[in-house]
Design a protein around this ligand. Structure first.
Ligand SMILES: [Zn+2]
Length: 120
């Protein structure tokens, strides 16, 4: 199974997950944010991708997914016009974290209980 297929199936929204980007929430240095939706079941997700280039080691990529209700999507999308900090607008809820380091064969998947702030 392809790594990205494994990520989609790990989200657990349905048995045939297929993600599409609904709206971009912006790109910052080393990060991108978006609202994604499963085309099959309609579940919305907050998506965040952090990329870190370490000159002394492998590049690492971390992808975050948090399931959102349509109301939450509307409030976060509205807030994104006035602030770049979407993290503060997110509910305290489980977030799927997929971490990858260049050279490894697979993402490491774990679940946290809220979205942490960005560290750079
Ligand atoms: Zn789905």
């Amino acid at each position: 199974m392809h790594m990205l297929d494994r990520i989609k199936s790990s989200l657990g929204c349905c048995d045939r997950p297929s993600l599409e980007t609904m709206s971009g929430l912006g790109i910052e240095r080393h990060a991108a944010f978006a609202i994604q939706r499963c085309k099959h079941c309609g579940q919305h997700f907050y998506y965040r991708c952090d990329e870190f280039d370490d000159f002394n080691g492998p590049t690492s990529v971390t992808i975050w997914y948090m399931a959102l209700s349509p109301d939450e999507v509307a409030s976060i999308t509205a807030r994104s016009r006035s602030t770049e900090d979407h993290t503060a607008a997110l509910p305290a809820r489980d977030v799927h974290i997929f971490s990858y380091r260049e050279g490894e064969a697979e993402f490491v998947h774990r679940v946290s209980h809220k979205m942490p702030p960005r560290i750079w």
